[in-house]
Design a protein around this ligand. Structure first.
Ligand SMILES: [Zn+2]
Length: 458
């Protein structure tokens, strides 16, 4: 076996300014390269450092991503949860029937088992009846986790003096942060509707899926995922329902978890805290899998057969989506376990932070997680940005190519490369954003999260 070449590669002297995140069409390359005075100038012409041996795709019988299912990570959000059951308007009136939070966790657990049986890495954003960002309110008998201001709006908690949405926003931000720092390829949030009109519950059954079309990752990646899971759930529930079920399809609608971060307040959206401080860095969908106001549907969703059908439908959708991504990548530290669940940071602020970069050269593992071979000429790019946030909400303005050759990997193949990320800015903590560029876009902008590494331990 050929040893991996080890070299202190310097960031090349060409600064590539990539089109900023925020909706630039993928098809319109806006790459500009400008020579920057540097010494020695000869280094710009040197060939990139060779990378290590290509590791073959392990191959499997997985129907989600047969080439290399172990490189894929799915984050599953069981909607609601905890003693106060965030998102439920009046927690003092918790229902007598099976609550939404109970059914969503049951379905989420079944989906996790099915994905793991297909070899996929799973991150459960909650795996018991809990809230991550606070669930402590003695007047209602709740003594869960202490309150944290996760979204950084300066308020946290629950009670008469705190705006009602506060705890929901902090909780959802914590769940987004967990999915983001785990580098998930997709985030599926599972909910169940209680349709009503004028305060009266409506006894109808239907499925619907929400997504946001304001993401930077391509014109349709998120809609593709939404359509696939919606179809999966509708098709799997239909044969089991002895009553009429509706298919309300997919809707682009910002629902905090599926909204992009609001960088600049606009006339339409004057209030930044109504959108996440840090939006999902991967395609995310919120699926209202059914309705519990119709008794027969409630009973179906409370049954093992109904929960299995929903989980199978979500699995069908994820398999269709993950099996069709053209250009996708997992970029991680060599040797790390997939998925890597970040530890919860102590304190009263954000819970999940980008890990610290190792000292010296960094060994990365690049895996082709797409359906097609990587084109030749993919370039590993990186940039540092000073931030006091747990990780970067979007790519830094400048991403510079790293001096390493990226082989044209086939689906599922991986390679280890050693890179020098250059020096972080001298002042304060900063975070590096590492992605792959094809000259006009990056894999991060196509929905494969960038690797983020911090200059300091959280
Ligand atoms: Zn819900």
């Amino acid at each position: 076996m050929r040893p991996r070449s080890a070299s202190l590669a310097a960031i090349a002297t060409l600064a590539v300014v990539l089109a900023a995140c925020g909706g630039s069409p993928v098809a319109s390359p806006e790459v500009t390269a400008s020579a920057r005075p540097a010494s020695p100038p000869a280094s710009a012409a040197a060939s990139p450092v060779a990378s290590g041996d290509v590791e073959p795709a392990p191959g499997s019988s997985s129907r989600v991503y047969a080439a290399n299912p172990g490189a894929i990570v799915v984050a599953i959000d069981a909607g609601h949860g905890g003693c106060l059951d965030w998102g439920v308007p009046d927690p003092s009136e918790r229902g007598v029937e099976l609550a939404e939070k109970t059914l969503t966790l049951a379905i989420a657990s079944r989906l996790a088992e099915k994905l793991e049986a297909e070899g996929i890495g799973v991150v459960m954003l909650r795996d018991e009846d809990e809230a991550l960002a606070g669930d402590d309110y003695e007047p209602l008998g709740c003594s869960g986790a202490p309150w944290r201001d996760v979204n950084g709006d300066g308020i946290s908690g629950f009670g008469p003096d705190v705006p009602e949405a506060t705890r929901t926003r902090d909780e959802l931000q914590a769940r987004l942060d967990l999915a983001n720092v785990s580098g998930a390829d997709a985030l599926v949030s599972i909910h169940i509707n209680s349709p009503s009109e004028g305060g009266r519950r409506i006894e109808i059954a239907f499925s619907e899926t929400f997504y946001t079309d304001e993401t930077p990752w391509g014109p349709s990646a998120t809609a593709d995922l939404a359509l696939a899971v919606q179809q999966g759930v509708v098709d799997r529930l239909a044969p089991l329902a002895s009553y009429e079920r509706g298919d309300r399809g997919i809707t682009a609608h910002n629902l905090y978890l599926v909204a992009p971060p609001l960088f600049e307040p606009t006339e339409d959206r004057p209030d930044p805290v109504k959108q996440p401080t840090r939006g999902a860095l991967m395609p995310v969908v919120l699926v209202e899998v059914g309705s519990i106001t119709l008794r027969a549907e409630h009973d179906l969703l409370a049954s093992g057969a109904g929960q299995d059908a929903v989980a199978d439908g979500l699995l069908d959708g994820l398999a269709a989506y993950l099996g069709e991504r053209e250009l996708a990548a997992r970029i991680g530290l060599a040797g790390e376990v997939i998925p890597t669940i970040p530890p919860t940071q102590p304190g009263r602020g954000p819970m999940f932070w980008a890990p610290a970069a190792p000292d010296g050269p960094v060994e990365l593992r690049l895996t082709n997680t797409g359906a097609g071979p990587w084109p030749s000429g993919l370039v590993l790019v990186a940039g540092w940005e000073v931030t006091d946030e747990p990780y970067l909400r979007r790519a830094p303005d400048v991403l510079a190519p790293l001096d390493v050759a990226v082989p044209a990997l086939e689906p599922g193949e991986a390679v280890a490369v050693e890179v020098d990320l250059g020096s972080p800015p001298p002042s304060g903590r900063s975070v590096a954003w590492i992605s792959l560029s094809n000259g006009s876009t990056t894999t991060a902008d196509l929905g494969s999260p960038a690797l983020q590494l911090s200059s300091e331990a959280p």
